[in-house]
Design a protein around this ligand. Structure first.
Ligand SMILES: [Mn+2]
Length: 432
């Protein structure tokens, strides 16, 4: 059966060449659907499925853009596996996808900027999936953003976008799923499995304990479930040996979740640098003195205690320092999270650690920023067994449900309300 989805998937292979053709507008309207720069499964599937549903029959297909370098796919075995398997079933491959380093995005944009006066307005449309403001390195996209579908705190940008769907559900893919469902109740079974996957991964299989799933996520899963082709229960499926064979031929949502979660959790072989860049986002925040801070947050699925045991505190700090230099950061936050054995009860419990590292240039601000973070509702307590310095703080984050989605707004608020205090100001205060 050839469905709209398999036609769309087969069209992916032509996209990169079109963007590199030197004149992308010669074939008419260009719609780019960008995921966010952390490029997790939610982001990738959101941009692919949103590009699919934005494409009208008979029109030139919208182009999903994976907002990370092509080689970085190796750091994301869960994405690699789900996408290669589903795309293959539809007669395509992961090679056919367009990654951010496959073409020169600024030059494509310049082409439309130059043409704006004599090309019909709306010839270039940018859609943001899984983020609501372009990444700090992609700010120049802002005038072209026509649509947003996202589940992060609204950063209040791109207010001219004609579509702004921002709803803090568990998975952005649930919002795209809702849009697809409005147009077509019955979808291709491969698409159903593709969009079900990130919803399960982001909500821990809709687990109430994880407190991530909302009614919209649950509704989307209920809609998708009967449309997925599940594997038949068979005698061999209980055979332990088959556990080692990686397959999407699963019988239910729990098996699908476990397969992907296991892949996503395979990080212990990664170097400190790869751990820092695997799931990374960067922003710009302006403080009360009018100074701009480059803020980088790495989400690391590896607990700090284990990491220190493996590499040592000094090597980790060194890797973060190098990362700060490489990315030009003022402050780097490393959110280490995952299950670890609870010493008291001997059972594995989910927890979070936070490392905050300042650049040398911001040394004089580290105390007030750290104080601001300590006063926040993240419930930070000093990490036991590490040495803090003026530029580095280690914490246990007791508010474990706060992921980067909640932590960034806190950091932003703390920096925005902080300012450079010089010695003269302090003298004035003493006089009072
Ligand atoms: Mn997301």
């Amino acid at each position: 059966m050839t469905t709209g989805f398999s036609l769309f998937v087969k069209s992916l292979a032509a996209n990169t060449a079109r963007l590199n053709s030197g004149n992308p507008s010669s074939v008419g309207k260009l719609t780019l659907v960008l995921g966010n720069e952390s490029a997790d499964l939610d982001s990738m599937v959101s941009s692919i499925s949103l590009a699919y549903t934005l494409t009208q029959p008979g029109e030139i297909p919208a182009i999903p853009v994976i907002n990370t370098n092509r080689t970085d796919m190796a750091l994301r075995p869960d994405c690699n596996f789900l996408l290669s398997t589903t795309l293959q079933t539809s007669g395509a491959s992961i090679q056919d996808l367009t990654f951010i380093d496959d073409f020169d995005l600024p030059s494509v944009i310049r082409h439309y900027e130059a043409a704006e006066n004599y090309v019909v307005p709306g010839e270039l449309e940018i859609w943001l999936a899984d983020h609501n403001a372009p990444a700090s390195r992609q700010r120049y996209l802002e005038p072209f953003v026509k649509g947003i579908v996202d589940h992060h705190v609204d950063e209040g940008r791109c207010l001219m976008a004609k579509t702004r769907i921002i709803d803090m559900v568990g998975s952005c893919t649930s919002l795209v799923g809702e849009m697809i469902r409005d147009k077509e109740e019955h979808i291709d079974p491969v698409l159903a499995k593709m969009i079900l996957a990130p919803i399960l991964l982001d909500t821990a299989d809709l687990s109430p304990a994880a407190m991530k799933a909302t009614d919209k996520d649950r509704a989307c899963v209920s809609w998708l479930f009967p449309q997925v082709q599940w594997a038949e229960m068979s005698a061999s499926s209980n055979n332990k040996d088959t556990d080692e064979i990686l397959t999407l031929d699963v019988q239910n949502t729990t098996e699908l979740f476990k397969t992907l979660d296991k892949l996503k959790g395979q990080v212990s072989h990664l170097s400190s640098r790869d751990l820092l860049r695997k799931d990374y986002k960067q922003w710009q925040v302006v403080d009360l003195s009018g100074s701009t801070w480059n803020v980088g947050i790495s989400s690391v699925g590896y607990r700090l205690r284990k990491w220190i045991k493996r590499d040592g505190q000094a090597a980790i700090v060194d890797a973060v320092d190098r990362w700060i230099k490489e990315q030009g950061l003022d402050i780097a936050l490393v959110m280490a999270h995952g299950k670890a054995k609870d010493k008291k009860h001997g059972v594995k419990v989910y927890g979070r650690d936070l490392v905050v590292v300042f650049s040398k240039d911001r040394k004089n601000r580290s105390q007030s920023i750290a104080d601001g973070l300590a006063k926040s509702d993240l419930n930070l307590v000093p990490f036991v067994g590490t040495q803090d310095t003026e530029m580095i703080r280690f914490y246990s984050q007791l508010k474990t449900e706060a992921s980067r989605k909640q932590v960034f707004p806190v950091v932003k608020q703390v920096i925005e309300s902080d300012r450079q205090v010089n010695i003269d100001d302090e003298k004035v205060q003493y006089k009072d």
